[in-house]
Design a protein around this ligand. Structure first.
Ligand code: FAD
Ligand code: SIN
Length: 581
């Protein structure tokens, strides 16, 4: 076991956790039983998607509910592309992990049972056939972060580095090897030994070495113009893993949340109106006051998200409107203030009393179903590199995530990764030697100080993704998006190579990679399924499989559930790639 050693430019610990949301923090707490843990996080410790989660965590906790029902709801929502074994694992392990969060100090909302005892209050959300959403009013994520960070502050083996941004993973590719080395080592797996980390305060780039590196960097919402995600959601972990050669899958499945507060001329983060509001009886209406979900799905306003978001999009286009309405005026003010204190207050600040007025809403980018391919133990295709949470593609979401299954995925797979690592550590005698990685190379870089260029490129990416790779796609829009992103990505790459590294430049580089991965996956999938809807291919192809990406190779269709993704032939991308097939 390593001590938590450091000098000014090198840190060493048994575990390096990148990200301080639910996936990273729950893993760190358990891993600290096995050794020292360094957590790096690019802003403040609570800055994460987790912190904004409203609705709650789905789990089977009511005697009226069953595992089979939660499994079926998840599979139905995933439109045939879920991995059944992963879904069963997710659902069956859920209740113990919720219990653990409570033991660690999370205070979920309770309600009185008929026998007078206090039980967890279980809400309802779209696509669920039972009430099974554990929540802390409408501030579930904030309460979870508070409890986990409070627990961590009492564990001396865990150290949190705020304002530290991971740039790239340390794998053998960073070591200088003679030409042809990797070709000769064909079947040798790549190992991860930590990451290059930038201190956003001092500008220094340090080496953080670790026996195990755990990626928990969250989602990609910032690649879109309108998103519920905070600034941190730039897909850094996925882009880093892709560059290091890990397999990535299902990137075309971007979930748009149907209901965010509509504000005229607003750009940037959108305030979410939780699906739990519809779970308590809110209904969607167009600007003529007509309910439109009744004609579209038997679950009406509580249909799965892809269906509700598309129905709103179609209503906006049909009537030429900028928003629809969500109406919860059937509920009393006192109930709404208690159940949704955050939403009630935020809307009031915008001049809307939700007990009297319908809420103007629009869809916004919310969640990435795909990510870094991993197994039930959170293992990626790179040795000693694990992943959990929104950055992972475990196969539980398929083509469309069921509401409130994301926080659940984070706690379940972070725990299974801990168990697998504990078993492995018990079996192996000595930790593997970590090679001596070269310090960060600043040669040939300058402080351009050209923020206007960075901002411009970021805006261009967000706008092109929103306009061409949104809720409804077409071949022409995707081809146009591809052409533009290839040009932008090249420009950004060359700027990155010449610039002194900074968090904004790192994020810009990663956003360009993420946009490319989403667009290439969307072009590959020539049918419509779940969250991917292409007006030129409206049918669902029942033989369809996952789109899997690997750096340097053409994307491939692989049914991840049934095939080892490393088997078979990967076709190299030509040096100067034309349009992807
Ligand atoms: P995050 O919580 O996003 O944490 C990622 C961490 O990685 C952050 O600390 C970030 O700073 C850090 N990081 C990123 N890049 C770097 C880097 N390069 N270097 C260092 N650190 C880095 N899901 C549900 O199941 N139920 C809900 O009710 C729900 N509500 C939601 C409401 C909103 C508004 C949003 C945005 C999402 C919601 N989701 C919900 C989705 C869910 O919150 C996320 O999928 C989940 O929290 C992701 O957890 P995570 O730990 O994987 O990532
Ligand atoms: C919400 O509260 O509507 C968000 C739930 C989720 O994304 O799972």
């Amino acid at each position: 076991m390593h001590g938590d050693t450091m000098n000014s430019s090198r840190h060493e610990s048994d575990f390096l956790v990148i990200g301080s949301g639910i996936a990273g923090l729950t893993f760190a707490i358990n891993a600290s039983q096995l050794g020292t843990v360094n957590i790096v996080t690019k802003k403040k410790e609570f800055d994460s998607n987790t912190n904004y989660a409203q609705g709650g965590i789905a789990s089977v906790l009511s005697p009226d509910d069953t595992f089979e029902s939660h499994i079926e709801d998840t599979l139905r929502s995933g439109a045939g592309l879920c991995n059944r074994a992963s879904v069963e694992f997710l659902v069956r392990k859920g209740p113990d992990r919720i219990k653990e969060l409570v033991e660690w100090g999370t205070r979920f909302s309770t309600s009185e049972s008929s026998r007078g005892s206090q039980n967890l209050d279980l809400g309802r959300e779209g696509g669920h056939s039972h009430n099974r959403i554990v929540h802390a009013t409408d501030l579930t994520g904030r309460e979870i972060e508070r409890a986990l960070l409070d627990k961590i502050s009492r564990i001396p083996r865990i150290r949190i580095f705020e304002d530290h941004t991971a740039i790239d993973l340390l794998t053998e590719h960073q070591l200088k090897k003679p030409a042809g080395y990797y070709r000769r080592q064909k079947n040798r797996k790549v190992n991860c030994h930590g990451a290059y980390i930038l201190s956003n305060r001092t500008g220094e780039v340090m080496i953080f070495n670790a026996g195990i590196t755990f990626l928990a960097t969250g989602g990609v919402g910032q690649v879109y113009l309108h998103t519920t995600n905070p600034d941190i959601a730039t897909g850094d972990g996925i882009a880093m893993a892709y560059r290091a050669g890990a397999l990535i899958a299902d990137m075309e499945f971007i979930q748009f949340h149907p209901t965010t507060l509509f504000r005229k001329d607003s750009v940037g983060r959108c305030f979410l109106i939780s699906e739990a509001v519809r779970g308590e009886g809110a209904v969607l209406k167009n600007t003529r006051g007509e309910r439109f979900m009744e004609k579209i799905h038997p679950l009406k306003d509580l249909a799965p998200r892809d269906i509700v978001a598309r129905a709103i999009d179609s209503e906006l286009k049909r009537l030429g409107d900028s928003h629809v309405y969500l109406d919860i005026t059937s509920k009393k003010k006192s109930f709404l203030q208690k159940r949704f204190p955050n939403i009630y207050e935020q809307c009031l600040e915008d001049g809307i009393d939700i007990s009297a007025d319908p809420i103007p809403v629009v869809p916004a980018a919310h969640y990435l179903c795909g990510g870094i391919v991993s197994d039930l133990d959170g293992k990626t295709t790179i040795e000693n590199l694990y992943v959990s949470g929104e950055s992972a593609c475990t196969g539980v979401h398929g083509a469309n995530r069921l509401a409130s299954n994301s926080l659940l995925e984070g706690i379940v797979f972070s725990h299974s990764a801990f168990l697998a690592i504990r078993n492995e550590m018990a079996r192996s005698k000595a930790p593997a030697r970590i090679p001596d990685y070269p310090p960060w190379n600043r040669e040939g870089t300058f402080d351009f100080n050209e923020w206007v260029l960075v901002k411009h490129d970021m805006d261009d990416i967000k706008r092109l993704m929103w306009d061409y790779v949104g809720i409804v796609r077409s071949d022409m829009r995707l081809q146009r998006a591809h052409k533009r992103i290839m040009f932008l990505a090249e420009e950004i790459h060359s700027y990155y190579r010449k610039s002194i590294v900074s968090s904004r430049v790192i994020e810009l580089r990663n956003l360009a990679t993420i946009a490319k991965l989403i667009i290439r996956s969307a072009i590959m999938r020539r049918d419509s399924i779940g969250l991917h809807y292409n007006t030129d291919h409206k049918e669902t192809d029942s033989e369809t499989a996952n789109v899997v990406l690997r750096t340097g190779y053409q994307p491939r269709f692989i049914r991840l559930e049934k095939t080892n993704p490393m088997d078979g032939k990967w076709v190299k991308v030509p040096a100067n790639p034309a349009q992807p097939k």
